[in-house]
Design a protein around this ligand. Sequence first.
Ligand code: NAI
Length: 319
Amino acid sequence: MSKVAITDYTFPDLSIETQILEAAGLEVISGQCKTQQDLIMLTANADYVITQFAPVDVDVIKAMSNCKVIVRYGIGYDNVDCEAAKEKGIPVCNIPTYCIDEVADHTLSFILSMTRQLLANAKYVQNGKWGLGTDLSNMRGLYDSTVGIIGLGRIGQAVAKRLKGFGCQLIAYDPVVNPTQVASTGCQLVDLDYLLSNSDVITLHCPSLPATKNIINNSTLSKMKKGGLLINAGRGDLVCADALLEALATGHLAGVAMDVFSTEPVPIDSPLLDMDNVLITSHIASASPQSAKMLRETAAQIVVISAKGESLPNVVNSL
Ligand code: NAI
């Protein structure tokens, strides 16, 4: 019987996947792989691989002897070495449409929490006080702010659509998107320097790519307005961690809200965890019962499509 290896998952069980895969005559083997060795042990002889966050690197892929498809449970696929898979003739598929509204909603909640200082104000009341829990100058209105969106794809556009209702100026940097396709978003496409120096809030929605890794670094942070806010629900490695800490320490950045980190979980001794102007969630922006169901069903269905020898959807490594 052909084997489907599920390398790691954050769901309570694999019942949804197992039902679909077993009905197609496939056997599920699974783990919570953390190391390269774990991954090689589980996937070397598997016919199909589904992965969530585990690093499916070049050595793991080289050790695969039968794999016909690698499916990423998610939109971003930066934990899979797609080039190595391509060299081995293994298509990599993602699930590009499963949580657009959830991540956009999460981003809006980050932006509003930061501009309305919800953390500081709620803490003030919890401590038995009443009134403004922060300096009046920190209480901002979106109506007179400029929000800069880096990456105007599905999620960036969904964020823009929501922000339109708040009356803010919307600008975006995306060197790849077709300008005619984003005309209805209300965003003015600008270059990166313009976006950095004119935005009160910057929100990151580009993929992790060689061109975007550390796109927020010492140099780009220095071009941001003093007192700017940064939101990251994209990928942790879009932001240089040391540069971010420095910009927060000097007050150049007024605050940051993040769902994603270069190292996940965030180390318990990270200075970020002790900062009052830092709002952190644990890579859960995509979460909702609906999105999780769609993600899991689609991942399993892509494997079934592959098993039937039919044409695969969402191949991200040009195979
Ligand atoms: P998408 O592929 O629809 O949009 C990405 C956009 O980034 C495209 O318009 C592309 O042209 C643009 N882009 C490419 N290179 C760029 C560059 N050098 N600078 C600026 N923009 C560039 O993807 P989608 O669905 O909007 O997702 C974006 C990212 O969000 C994903 O790649 C993933 O990393 C992240 N994500 C995070 C989640 C979370 O749980 N926090 C959940 C889902 C996605």
